[in-house]
Design a protein around this ligand. Sequence first.
Ligand code: RRO
Length: 322
Amino acid sequence: MDVSIEKRTSPLQVRVGPLLLKNPLISASGTFGYGEEMEGFLDPGVYGPIVGKSISLEPRKGNPLPRIAETPSGMLNSIGLQNPGFEKFMGEYLPRMRRYGTVLVVNLVGDSIDEYVEMAARLDSTPGVDAIELNISCPNCPVGGMQFGVEPRATEALVRKVRASFRGAILAKLTPNVTDIVPIALAAEAGGADAVSLVNTYLGMSIDWRRRRPRLGGITGGLSGPAIKPLALRLVWLVARACRIPVVGMGGILSSDDVLEFLVAGATAVQIGTAHFVKPRAVLDMLGDLERVVADERLGSISEIVGTLRTERKPITVQGDG
Ligand code: RRO
């Protein structure tokens, strides 16, 4: 075999902080189980990395039914963090996820800083865990989660404490349900995060007016899908301009054009979420398309397109100061 060809890096390879990814497409937490539900559709190992559903220290049963409501160009969820708990995850789900042979990211959520730290410390000494994603943005948790993602000092304190107990990559997953996401992203960076991922879902609700009832058992839920893509794209652009650490973008990505919009806005990689419920094999089309785009645009690598948005004006922000 020609060694020079063997060693050539893939044009889809990207670097997110210390993580070298074979491609920039990541399965989004909560839309992919721990991979096993997707095995009937595709090899979960095709993703750059995979991210499992959020894990909490104790098992959670989740919110009352119904937990999903379709909306125009999107969906609301109110899962309420249903998960098997940390011990069962470590014993049953993690070994299976490792077998997919791709970068593995464990998404964590806690009621307190100590809970995040306890799980992160256990994962630090666990082989095969490349990164953790701190869920500080759950829209359906009565305590914990989002409380660390809406106030910069709380974000920085949490990330700093976790940083001290975990040597792999740390991603902080941010909520769009704030007046200004930029100070939260900067706080995650100051605390030692290697990347920020955004956005988690937008708080919303759906009502069956004839029954005078909410459509979700949890009353409110998190909105995802193409409906939020323009909103997410703007936040990714704002955060990418402000932070030095990489941004992982997400929000309504269904096609390779959607992926490329996020990359041009400044995302180094993207997560695919709601698309799994519509077209579980969508990632395969996207990968083929991205390879063609790299060739057609005569790029050495897909990462050359990251942050190439051309603008002449400052953004309008909630502060009005750009
Ligand atoms: O479980 C959920 O209801 C949930 C979580 Br933890 C999250 O981070 N985002 C979301 O939309 N739903």
